[in-house]
Design a protein around this ligand. Structure first.
Ligand code: THU
Length: 137
């Protein structure tokens, strides 16, 4: 694994500690590499459960807000064993910002050191990317 990827994984592990997950007690940290910079996110739950937002979507939102829309890699940290893969909704939102989903690696880790890696294309094959929509910019 490259030094850059190790950095991304370390940031996802750090972000997990800042999750707000009092209802599920399933803390998730995420880090995305976009435009050469790393952005973190953690899950943020709400007493009105469906309003909760996943770590991965908060991380990509931080990247986009900073003007970085080109997703290069993702790391996700949960305490699950084996490490949890991103949910379907997050896969779809990540795809929106992936110029080449086959080149975006997604690494799932846990604090025990277990790892699983895929590409975004493997996690969401034939995903809906909006090209079918009329007048897509
Ligand atoms: N969660 C994430 O943050 N990312 C995922 O990909 C899967 C689920 C969060 C949502 C909720 O706060 C908790 O994990 C349990 O579903």
């Amino acid at each position: 694994m490259t030094a850059a990827r190790e950095d991304l994984v370390a940031r996802a592990i750090a972000a997990q500690h800042r999750a707000y997950a009092p209802y599920s007690r399933f803390s998730v940290g995420a880090a995305v590499l976009a435009g050469g910079e790393i952005f973190e996110g953690a899950n943020l739950e709400n007493a009105s459960f469906p309003l909760s937002v996943c770590a991965e979507r908060n991380a990509i939102a931080a990247a986009v807000l900073a003007g970085k829309r080109e997703l290069e890699a993702v790391a996700v940290c949960t305490s699950a064993s084996p490490p949890s893969a991103p949910c379907g909704a997050c896969r779809q939102v990540l795809l929106e910002f992936a110029p080449d989903p086959a080149a975006v690696t997604v690494t799932a880790v846990n604090p025990a050191g277990e790892r699983r890696t895929w590409t975004l294309a493997q996690l969401l094959p034939d995903g809906f990317n909006g090209r079918e929509l009329p007048d897509k910019p």
